[in-house]
Design a protein around this ligand. Structure first.
Ligand code: ADP
Ligand code: MG
Length: 247
């Protein structure tokens, strides 16, 4: 197995805040890596560094073995799909036009795009007749499916998802979790997904990466975290979520 994305000694500071202390991180190809941790621990910062919306203060980031830099990032971004924290749909564009935006920008063939759109609607179980609706005319779950379709349209090698199910009610969330898991398996997708929900992490992850205060505290399976916590924070984080579930 080899890492599709690899960070070595990567850090990022904003004014007085060390958003990310120097961290080492790798995401294996064809696996789902889940970043989890309390709000403000640096999860979104880590994703933004990977796609170079932020430039690291120290360290190197490699994609598919090659260091990411200002020269190659535009090419690399075409190989990465990114679902940002609030979905990031343009309100004045229909679902169809949101999904096709990047493909059109890149001048892709219209027939190819139409075929691919149908395929991706089937994959994400989004109704074809809702493609002409605007984001406000869709349910929360449907909006998330549109964000996902947009990110998947050009068959990215890497999919980054920042709390894609964060704002959904529990039933819709559960059904989307199931769909996401099936889609990742079907596509053999390499994915890095951010969540703050441990049950979601346990359900979706091949590997869980637990963060706190800009550091990676522990990585492994849910069983590793539960049975062999690296420190008190890990036990407290797991117990807090367990008591939430029972409350
Ligand atoms: P998470 O996604 O885990 O909730 P973030 O990565 O968004 O956390 O943020 C990590 C820390 O960096 C937080 O303290 C946040 O306030 C800070 N931060 C993130 N982005 C910026 C920014 N653009 N300017 C200043 N501080 C930021
Ligand atoms: Mg975040």
């Amino acid at each position: 197995m080899s890492a599709l994305v690899e960070l070595v000694g990567v850090s990022k500071q904003f004014d007085q805040v060390a958003a990310l202390a120097p961290v080492d991180f790798a995401a294996e190809g064809h696996k789902t890596t889940v970043l989890i941790g309390p709000s403000g621990c640096g999860k979104s910062t880590l994703l933004r560094l990977i796609i170079r919306l932020l430039v690291p203060d120290t360290g190197t980031i490699k994609f598919d073995g090659a260091p990411v830099n200002a020269e190659n990032i535009l090419q690399l971004r075409r190989r990465i799909g990114y679902v940002i924290q609030d979905g990031g749909l343009f309100p004045h564009l229909t679902a169809r036009n949101n999904v096709l935006l990047m493909a059109r920008h890149l001048g892709k063939d219209e027939k190819m795009m139409r075929d691919r759109l149908e395929e991706i609607c089937a994959l994400t179980r989004f109704p074809l007749d809702a493609l002409s609706r605007y984001p406000l005319e869709l349910s929360g779950g449907q909006r998330q499916r549109v964000s996902l379709m947009r990110a998947l349209l050009l068959s990215p090698e890497l999919l980054l998802l920042d709390e894609p199910l964060g704002a959904l009610d529990p039933l819709v969330r559960a059904s989307l979790q199931k769909d996401l898991k099936e889609i990742f398996a079907r596509l053999q997708q390499t994915a890095i997904l951010v969540t703050h929900d441990l049950a979601e992490a346990a359900y979706l992850a091949d590997e869980i990466v637990l963060m706190n205060e800009g550091l990676i505290v522990q990585r492994g399976s849910i069983v590793d975290l539960r049975e062999k916590p690296a420190n008190n924070f890990v036990s407290e984080f797991i117990n807090a979520q367990r008591s939430l579930a029972l409350a």
